[in-house]
Design a protein around this ligand. Structure first.
Ligand code: OGA
Ligand code: MN
Length: 332
């Protein structure tokens, strides 16, 4: 008997990720969606091919996973929208006039941070549970542009001792900011950006993933430091854990095949990154993403529940106080 009633799950890796085949997209029901959610809780990453969904359908499907985040906090108030839905984050290399983004533009430099393993929204007081990323326009086949995932549950489980026990005993808190990953992604462009001047979101480094009852490692490119440690110790542990999670054995690469493909992941049990390739600077890759607010126990981490989200538009108002390069994040 198949594990699920409304589709078959074909694992893509020994420890996580599956492609769900046989979904009746034109007649999708709430029962199918709740089974998809169960599959994401189990596998961390689920690939849905050729869904036929447009922006409207993508947002409607996403709403069934929870409350959605809104992109207005992240964009320059003057930025022209390419589409009507504020729930869709623009993960494309396309500018506001639908032209290929200039590789030297501020936004292209900011996008480079997405090439490092990260958990979306870990820099927010309320983190993200699921993301649904959909291909709208893809570059030609074999020119790159895949998305790669890493399994935070398997990475935690196989951590060497005594480090694993130390992490459980110390229960460290990580401080996250978007500025950290932007700087790591393009250090020269963001040379004057000082991540330590930004407000940080605080989330535990090791956490129970309620949906599966397994522990996870909650680290990634937005992680700036680990509280309670000296700067050197914090940097060393942060980098060790990030590199551990990025080990080859925990990774799976998802190739995008056609517009309408959707990948759903759980940001609490996986991290991901955009892969580069020959298409860069030559072909459009237009991916759009919805982000679901976490409503689980660890959603707000050690931040005050209901705390305002850091807004990179707000940073603009404080330009006198923040380094000039922060303005580039605002422009991104
Ligand atoms: C994202 C992201 C990866 C990609 O949308 O959150 O990191 O492959 N995208 O574009
Ligand atoms: Mn991302």
């Amino acid at each position: 008997m198949s594990e699920f009633k409304h589709f078959q799950a074909h694992p893509l890796h020994p420890t996580f990720a599956a492609e769900l085949k046989g979904i009746d997209w034109p007649n999708i029901t709430p029962e199918t969606v709740s089974e998809i959610k169960a599959a994401v809780d189990k596998y961390g990453v689920c690939v849905l091919r050729d869904t036929g969904l447009d922006d409207e359908g993508h947002v409607a499907l996403s709403r069934q996973f929870g409350d959605l985040d809104d992109i207005r906090r992240f964009i320059h108030p003057g930025r022209k929208m390419r589409y009507a839905h504020y729930e869709l984050f623009d993960a494309s290399n396309v500018d506001e006039n639908n032209e290929l983004l200039d590789l030297n533009s501020a936004r292209a430099h900011a996008n480079r941070g997405n090439g490092l393993f990260h958990s979306d929204s870990s820099y927010n007081p309320r983190r993200a549970s699921y993301c649904l990323l959909r291909a709208a326009i893809l570059p030609p086949p074999n020119t790159g542009g895949a998305t790669q995932f890493a399994d935070s549950r398997a990475a935690f489980a196989s951590l060497p001792e005594p480090l694993k026990s130390t992490l459980l005993t110390e229960d460290y808190v990580g401080a996250h900011t978007y500025a950290q990953s932007r700087k790591l992604g393009s250090p020269e462009f963001f040379a004057e950006l000082a991540p330590e001047t930004f407000s940080m979101a605080r989330h535990r480094i090791t956490q129970l993933h309620e949906q599966s009852g397994r522990m996870t490692l909650y680290v990634g490119a937005h992680l700036h430091h680990i509280e309670g440690l000296g700067a050197k110790e914090s940097d060393e542990l942060r980098d060790y854990l990030k590199e551990w999670l990025a080990r080859e054995e925990f990774r799976v690469t998802v190739e995008w095949k056609q517009p309408g493909d959707i990948v759903i992941w759980d940001n609490r049990s996986t991290v991901h990154r955009a892969m580069g390739g020959e298409f860069e600077g030559k072909f459009k890759r237009d991916l759009r993403r919805t982000t679901v607010h976490d409503d689980g126990l660890g959603a707000w981490g050690l931040n005050e529940s209901g705390e305002g989200f850091p807004s990179f538009n707000m940073a603009e108002k404080k330009l006198g106080e923040v380094p000039q390069a922060a303005a580039r994040i605002v422009a991104a």
